[in-house]
Ligand binder design. Structure first.
Ligand code: HEC
Ligand code: HEC
Ligand code: HEC
Ligand code: HEC
Ligand code: HEC
Ligand code: HEC
Length: 355
């Protein structure tokens, strides 16, 4: 009896031991040189009794990065650069938006944004990249949304987010936004794709097909994605690593706006700007549907069309449609860049309603 349980204990601890050596990352060998600390001491910089990491994991788990269901798109080249951890690192390394397909892809996680387990020190909280972004829609250009508040350290967080939260290039591509010549489109999925927030904040990426250039609200010179999306967290509802701005329980997280807009009420609808944008958005949506440009059921370009049977649209019409898709996918209803979004919608409404 005694012998038997002894063997069982050994077997169980043996299993645990195998489990650890198999799964755990290899620590730096022996007493490593850094600060004269041994390997265990560098691990405890993060793996200790404080709640720092636990809190971030708690918040992160509530984010769409953790709960989202698009990691499977990492198995497709052309999608993996934004939908998988592996594709994102490849993109950073090569500087190219063309990335491989990854099976067993990991979703966006701590290591995607931070350099976890590289030096095994506090320095590993560093962000992977805060460098200016060469956007997919024009890789020869560069956008830098670093904000430097006088006396503060430069905050390049928006550039990190912008590596993924930007539009993709469509084919055929608009070369003359005011043009009334036609382009032949073969897919109802033609458009900028989801998540163009970085471009919206920058006041870039829309086609200026109206008579005047689009104006731009200067949030980009004052606030980064982090300032608004990663403000002081309320549990796992809003702020911090949840990245959420609003929740049913907490309502709009206006606390992040208050330092700059001291008189803001209980919602983001500052001076009725969101209501105004929402009105224009719906007006253009109805117009695009009436002219058989937008399918409001699928929210895609109105078909049918295929490689064999393309559908023709003027460049100017496609510009209006592209701009509408940008506003739709942005989902801040004017907050990222009020003046730019307003002018995009106004120019579209005035052109389409005259058709
Ligand atoms: C800069 C902070 C930091 C340091 C230093 C650090 N870790 Fe980690 N470690 C993390 C984070 C963050 C995670 C991932 C947590 C998650 O995703 O849930 C993690 C996860 C782990 C895991 C779980 C498996 C995995 O890889 O996700 C193990 C095991 C681990 N660390 C061991 C170590 C060891 C051993 C050392 C020292 C040699 C070390 N860590 C040093 C931050 C750190
Ligand atoms: C590696 C690419 C990548 C980076 C870097 C990245 N994101 Fe994301 N983000 C995504 C993807 C992909 C989704 C959609 C996930 C899904 O639905 O499966 C997403 C979703 C989100 C959402 C939820 C949107 C929704 O559908 O409701 C927010 C908010 C967000 N990201 C903000 C940020 C912020 C802020 C940063 C920078 C701190 C950032 N993201 C950095 C790829 C990225
Ligand atoms: C430039 C980066 C980028 C590329 C490349 C990219 N995506 Fe995304 N995608 C995103 C971001 C960011 C989001 C989340 C945006 C948001 O929720 O605001 C997203 C969201 C999505 C969603 C979720 C939409 C929803 O309504 O929740 C799907 C599905 C998707 N992408 C499919 C794809 C597919 C398929 C490809 C490749 C053909 C692809 N994506 C390529 C950045 C990208
Ligand atoms: C989408 C990108 C993104 C992801 C994913 C992400 N973080 Fe962060 N994290 C940030 C940004 C941005 C900051 C703010 C950086 C700053 O203040 O300079 C930050 C800050 C932190 C800090 C404070 C660092 C310091 O220097 O004091 C910790 C700790 C942290 N994150 C842990 C985590 C952990 C743990 C995970 C995974 C559960 C995680 N992060 C996932 C973007 C991310
Ligand atoms: C000035 C504050 C501010 C800045 C800066 C900002 N956002 Fe937002 N963002 C918002 C607000 C407010 C909403 C939501 C509006 C609502 O819910 O009515 C939003 C919505 C979003 C959404 C849609 C999902 C959601 O949470 O509603 C994504 C994704 C997003 N922002 C990403 C980004 C990224 C990426 C950046 C940086 C390139 C950024 N935002 C910069 C305020 C900001
Ligand atoms: C770091 C400071 C800062 C933060 C944080 C900030 N804003 Fe702003 N916001 C500004 C500045 C500065 C302007 C004016 C920019 C200009 O003149 O082009 C502005 C302009 C605006 C406008 C356009 C107003 C108009 O009359 O043209 C709206 C709407 C807005 N902000 C809403 C918000 C909301 C909602 C939040 C919180 C989610 C927020 N802002 C967070 C600094 C900030």
């Amino acid at each position: 009896m005694l012998v038997l349980s002894g063997i069982m204990v050994m077997a169980v601890s043996g299993l645990i031991f195998i489990g650890c050596t198999k799964e755990g990352p290899q620590g730096p060998t022996g007493a490593n040189g850094t600060n004269g600390k041994d390997a265990n001491a560098t691990c405890t910089v993060c793996h200790n009794f404080s709640d720092t990491v636990i809190v971030k994991i708690f918040q992160y788990d509530a984010s769409k990065h953790a709960s989202g269901s698009t990691a499977f798109e990492g198995a497709r080249s052309g999608c993996s650069g934004c939908h998988s951890h592996e594709g994102f690192l490849e993109k950073l390394q090569t500087g190219s938006s063309v990335t491989q397909a990854y099976n067993d892809a990991a979703p966006v996680n701590c290591r995607t944004c931070h350099t976890i387990h590289v030096t095994y020190s506090d320095a590993d909280w560093a962000l992977r990249s805060v460098a200016p972004v060469n956007p997919y829609i024009d890789s020869t250009s560069s956008i830098d949304l670093t904000v430097t508040i006088p006396g503060g350290t430069p905050d390049g967080t928006s550039n990190l987010c912008g590596l993924c939260h930007q539009a993709r290039k469509a084919s055929p591509w608009i070369t003359n936004p005011k043009g009334t010549d036609s382009l032949a489109v073969t897919s109802t999925r033609w458009g900028p794709h989801h998540g163009p927030q970085f471009l919206m904040l920058a006041g870039k990426g829309a086609f200026e097909m109206g008579s005047a250039p689009f104006a731009s609200t200067n949030h980009k010179g004052n606030a980064t994605c982090r300032n608004c999306h990663m403000g002081p967290a309320q549990g796992d509802l809003v702020g911090g690593h949840t990245l959420w701005m609003t929740s049913a329980e907490s309502g709009d997280n206006v606390a992040v706006c208050k330092p700059c807009h001291t008189s803001i009420g209980t919602t983001f609808d500052l001076s009725g700007k969101q209501t105004e944008i929402e009105g224009k958005y719906h007006q253009l949506k109805v117009l695009l549907a009436q002219k058989s440009i937008l399918d409001t059921v699928t929210m895609l370009l109105k078909g049918p069309m295929s490689a064999a049977k393309p559908k023709k649209f003027t460049q100017k019409t496609l510009s209006v449609y592209w701009n509408f898709c940008m506003v739709d996918a942005d989902r801040s209803m004017g907050i990222h860049n009020y003046a730019y979004i307003r002018d995009m919608l106004d120019a579209g409404i005035s052109y389409i309603s005259a058709q």
